[in-house]
Design a protein around this ligand. Structure first.
Ligand code: ZN
Length: 184
């Protein structure tokens, strides 16, 4: 197993400033939200399976992937180069935090439930972290209800739906959170 410094050096070789930044952020988030207890693994900028999500965690490899589109701003017509100064740090940080929830759950016994988001362990983490972030949301495991042969998710009032749960915390930020001061 590689140390934090070894992995960070490797990331800097591959991704320059992006590599250094993501390891420094991982460490800060680990101390702030996970009692410094997550065990570090590789963190890379690349593609996620089918490009379906902005981040990905592979439990087998203890690998976090941040989607490379996070490296550039979200102006639709932008042809800006992927320079570090353009990185939407708030967005990338939230995606990293999400993947670190998966990392923590995997490293503390795993989850049991419908999928990696709709389960007791993930929901508990979302509620715990939302409080620390001052985000006023509530998450509960979503049960399925069968109505006329159709199975439908049954979201309790004022609770996150499956999509919001799968995209926490970026689904729950105020609309302009990512477009404010991008320097921090
Ligand atoms: Zn996830």
């Amino acid at each position: 197993m590689s140390t934090f410094s070894e992995l960070k050096i490797k990331a800097i070789k591959a991704f320059g400033n992006f590599g250094a930044w993501v390891f420094d952020e991982w460490k800060k988030l680990n101390d702030t939200f996970f009692y410094g207890e997550n065990i570090v693994g590789e963190i890379i900028w690349g593609s996620t399976p089918q490009d379906r999500s902005l981040g990905y965690y592979s439990p087998d490899e203890n690998l976090i992937v941040l989607h490379k589109t996070l490296m550039r701003p979200v102006y639709p017509t932008s042809d800006l180069k992927w320079e570090f100064r353009h990185l939407n740090k708030r967005k990338a940080r939230d995606v990293l935090l999400h993947e670190m929830i998966h990392q923590r759950i995997h490293q503390t016994g795993g989850w049991e439930g419908e999928n990696s988001h709709n389960n007791k362990q993930f929901v508990n983490e979302v509620n715990r972290i939302a409080k620390l972030l001052n985000i006023d949301i509530k998450a509960k495991v979503i049960q399925r209800e069968t109505v006329h042969d159709k199975t439908l998710p049954c979201v309790e009032p004022r609770c996150l739906n499956l999509k919001e749960l799968s995209n926490f915390p970026y689904s729950s930020r105020s609309p302009n959170y990512y477009y404010g001061n991008l320097k921090c």
